[in-house]
Structure formats: structure tokens, C-alpha cells
Design a protein. Structure first.
Length: 275
């Protein structure tokens, strides 16, 4: 009889404890192994090349004023006038300048003066870049090319998100957005180390001059849709300035031009992808 009473008391104590401390309290110490998935950026196209990847940023087409808008701006050169209305279609452009690891994966060698996989490839001529692009298109089944000057300027300005900056991402404090004469110590730097512009594009001002597809030609006042420059010419356009440039050369509207058969350590490029 005493034994039955003892077990009854034990059971009653257990019920009282359970009521005071519900079972849910025990699960508070259990940590979940589930990790929340990172949101997918639908504006990024990731390209896989062998074991490497690189990213292209989608750019919504639109209309903008190309060239130097202010006739009294002493920084502007004559070939930046007249400012004119330009419309471009949708495209995607490289988040970074083409790096040496990507070039080597396609071409099998590295022509650059300053060598590191994450540095922009340089000492590449416009003509040699066409060979690179043709091989890259065969390897990926994609349609890459150089940007037109209009596409490059539209993207550097920030596309539909443009705040009408003088440089890619800023009006002042260029040193926070690009590698140029005063801060680059006369050499290239790894891509993506500075702040991006409105579209999330890096190094659009400084680091290396970027080849465009266009021949050099004068601007006109006429509005244009998807301009591609003159059909013929002697020199091709480069944009953005480089690691030795003054601030003037890193302006979005600045136009450099050179022989497409030659490449120096100042010259690199960025890809455009057509969907």
C-alpha cells in the first residue's frame, strides 16, 4: 500500500512539473540547421568558363544626352561636342573589366605588364580582342562583343538610375571610385576594389582605358538610335581613363582614340552581352 502511494505521488509531481514547464520550453535550446537562401539578383547574368565565372549586369535601354552638355565646361574637349540625344536598346555589360584569368582561359597566354589573375588584362589591341571574343563565343555559345561608345557612356552614367555624375559614380572624391594618376602609383589594381556606379559597375573611371567598338568620328546634333560610329576609320575609341590619367581623362564624356592594331599597358576592355 505504501509503495502504490509512493508511485502515485511521483506521477503527480511529474504532472505538476510538466504544467509549470511546458515541453515547448525544451525545444528553445535546439538550433535549426536551415540556412536562409540568399536572394537571387535578377539583374546579374553569371557566365561559367571552365572552372571560372564572371558576371554581366543587365542594363535596361533608354534615352540619354551623350557628350558634353555644358559648353562652358573647360574640361571638355572639342570632340565631345555637340551633346546629342541617343537611344540604346537593352544589353548586359561586364560588372568588371576583363581580368587576366579570363583572358588566359580563352587565349592560353597573358600579355599583361602587371600580372595577377584579378588584375585587368592589358597590352591588348582592339584587333586581338576580336580574336578573344570569337573564341569566347564559341566556348560559351553566347553573343559577346565590345560595347559601342554609346552603350559604354550610357552604362557609365548609370543607365536609368543615372544621377548625371561627371565621373562614373561621383562628381567629386574620384579616389573612392577609381584608380587614376594621384592614387594608383603608376600601375593597375585588382578589379572591384573601389565603389561602383549607380548600376553596380566597377572601375568605369580609371584603372585601364576600355576599348569600344566604334571608329573615331565627330558628333552631330541629330538624335540617334543605337549608333555604331563611322563605317570606316583609322582609330578606335577608348573610354574611362587609366591608372596614369588626371581627373579630366576619367570623365564619362572624355574620348580617347588609338590605332586598333596596337595595345599598351594602359588599354584593356569590358564585354557586352546581347541576350
Amino acid at each position: 500500500m505504501k509503495q502504490k502511494l509512493f508511485f502515485a505521488l511521483l506521477t503527480l509531481s511529474a504532472l505538476v512539473a510538466k504544467a509549470q514547464y511546458p515541453i515547448e520550453a525544451e525545444t528553445d535550446t535546439v538550433k535549426s540547421d536551415t540556412v536562409a537562401a540568399k536572394p537571387v539578383d535578377t539583374n546579374i547574368i553569371t557566365i561559367t568558363l571552365n572552372e571560372l565565372t564572371f558576371e554581366m549586369v543587365k542594363v535596361k535601354g533608354g534615352t540619354f544626352t551623350m557628350g558634353c552638355k555644358n559648353s562652358k565646361d573647360k574640361d571638355c574637349y572639342e570632340n565631345e561636342y555637340p551633346a546629342h540625344e541617343v537611344t540604346v536598346d537593352d544589353f548586359a555589360i561586364g560588372k568588371f573589366e576583363v581580368t587576366q584569368d579570363i583572358w588566359k582561359a580563352v587565349m592560353g597566354y597573358n600579355p599583361s605588364k602587371w600580372k595577377h589573375d584579378s588584375l585587368p588584362v592589358e597590352r591588348v589591341s582592339w584587333d586581338t580582342i576580336q580574336t578573344f571574343i570569337n573564341k569566347l563565343n564559341r566556348l560559351t555559345g553566347r553573343n559577346f562583343r565590345l560595347p559601342t561608345e554609346a552603350e559604354w557612356e550610357y552604362a557609365a552614367r548609370g543607365g536609368e538610375k543615372s544621377k548625371n555624375y561627371k565621373y562614373a559614380g561621383c562628381n567629386q572624391d574620384l579616389g573612392s571610385y577609381g584608380w587614376y594618376g594621384p592614387n594608383a602609383n603608376s600601375h593597375t589594381h585588382k578589379v572591384g576594389q573601389k565603389k561602383p556606379n549607380e548600376l553596380g559597375l566597377y572601375d568605369m573611371s580609371g584603372n585601364v582605358w576600355e576599348w569600344c567598338s566604334d571608329y573615331l568620328g565627330p558628333y552631330t546634333k541629330n538624335s540617334q538610335d543605337n549608333p555604331k560610329g563611322p563605317r570606316h576609320g583609322e582609330e578606335r575609341i577608348l573610354k574611362g581613363g587609366c591608372y596614369t590619367s588626371p581627373t579630366r581623362g576619367c570623365r564619362i564624356t572624355d574620348r580617347c582614340n588609338y590605332n586598333p592594331q596596337l595595345g599598351y599597358s594602359y588599354y584593356g576592355f569590358r564585354l557586352v552581352l546581347i541576350p
